[in-house]
Design a protein around this ligand. Structure first.
Ligand SMILES: Cc1ncc(COP(=O)(O)O)c(C=O)c1O
Length: 392
């Protein structure tokens, strides 16, 4: 029977990571996987996380089962972090803890047919590589809308996005990245958010905001401004959140799924439905990461100071890389790297040029030309700029 199994390919991202590990060149640079690295190229455990873990270990509380929804203090903390501590929307939302942002995406994708059977999920192109597989694995139809202007300044192409979304039907889902768009680094302005919000209202689309990098763009409040605008204006909205990057809890799989309703009445029914979906998959989410995160939300200053340092580092690398490229006389299109937000950018080069970066210079990005800006150690910036100049 096993011979009937269709041939499967290794995940391309992880295949590149393996190729990197086998590359013998000392000067090789890994810009593939989306993890934050410090100036020495390490992905350290935040001090605030280490302190919370020490307190957890000292208290040695029980490892007995938690609630189906997860850790209630975490749920309260992340809801306030996403919507703002005084948001009136807090009274009309239901949040449950999930297995990372990925688990939240799948949970909500499984939830969508309960409220909108036959819905199409509209995903940006380019977009996060896992949006498509998750939505289609849950049985949703898929639509794509263009995101990035290709010819001139590589900014957000709102007109093209709107043209593609003209095909969307009432009850469809519009998936937007809350901030630090993965892979392009191109974020909507508040005017753009308003245009997407108006579109959702006019066409009766359900907004789904996936926010995996809050704090990595302009700051924790600024990065949530689009999500909060949408939340104020819509009676039905879905939110996916991840603590993988902004708390560095990657392997602890800590995230949340939020559903915003018109009022408090349906919230219990929503929660029971989400819990039933989760119960049929993994029962309940792991506790360690959410216990740590709950402590960070309760006493946020030390954590937020560390997060701010990460944010500044990413912004500095962007500036330094753009400055180096300017010095070398590289094409103007490379200056878009300076203005983009968060950990990722799509290099304005061709896949063949991306191959040359890997083969000739040992610089690894994805085949779609995405690089993890936060993976660049400070001393590597001039070498990357020179290589980019050479291949372009
Ligand atoms: C846009 C987006 N959503 C969701 C995720 C998944 O986050 P997690 O690692 O918490 O599952 C990522 C991670 O790269 C992402 O970029």
């Amino acid at each position: 029977m096993i011979s009937r199994l269709a041939p499967a390919e290794s995940d391309p991202l992880w295949a590149l990571t393996t190729a990197f590990a086998h590359d013998q060149r000392e000067e090789k640079i890994d810009l593939v996987v989306g993890v934050y690295r410090d100036a020495e190229g390490k992905t350290p455990v935040m001090q605030a996380v280490q302190d919370a873990e020490a307190r957890l270990a000292a208290s040695a509380a029980s490892k007995s089962y938690r609630c189906l929804s997860g850790n209630l203090e975490f749920i309260d903390g992340i809801s306030r972090f996403l919507l703002g501590p005084d948001s009136p929307v807090l009274d009309r939302q239901c949040t449950i803890q999930t297995v990372g942002g990925t688990g939240a995406l799948r949970l909500l994708a499984d939830f969508i047919p309960h409220i909108s059977p036959g819905a199409t999920a509209w995903i940006s192109d380019p977009g996060y590589v896992n949006h498509h597989p998750i939505m289609s694995a849950a049985g949703l139809k898929l639509g794509a809308y263009r995101w990035q202007e290709q010819e001139h300044d590589h900014s957000l192409d709102l007109a093209a996005a709107m043209e593609d979304l003209a095909e969307a039907q009432a009850g469809d889902v519009l998936l937007l990245h809350g901030c630090c768009h993965n892979p392009s680094g191109i974020d909507p302005t508040l005017e753009h958010w308003q245009a997407f919000s108006d579109l959702c209202r006019e066409k009766k689309l359900i907004p789904l905001v996936d926010i995996a990098y809050q704090g990595f763009g302009d700051g924790i409040e600024e990065d949530a401004a689009g999500l909060r605008l949408m939340a104020r204006e819509h009676e039905l909205m879905l939110v996916v959140a991840s603590c993988s990057k902004n708390m560095g809890l990657y392997c602890e799989r800590t995230g949340a799924a939020m559903i915003i309703a018109p009022d408090a009445k349906p919230l219990e029914n929503i929660r029971f439905t989400l819990e039933r979906i989760a119960r049929a998959n993994y029962s309940m989410p792991p506790d360690h990461g959410s216990s740590v995160a709950a402590m960070l939300f309760q006493d946020p200053e030390p954590w937020l100071a560390e997060l701010e340092a990460c944010r500044r580092r990413v912004a500095d690398i962007r500036r330094d890389l753009a400055d180096e490229l300017l010095k070398l006389g590289a094409a103007e299109k490379f200056q878009s790297l300076r203005y983009q937000k968060g950990m990722f950018s799509l290099l304005p080069i061709t896949p063949a040029q991306m191959d040359r970066l890997r083969q000739d210079f040992g610089i690894y990005g994805t085949t779609s030309c995405r690089i993890n800006i936060a993976g660049l150690a400070s001393h590597q910036t001039p070498a990357v700029a020179k290589a980019l100049f050479a291949v372009s």
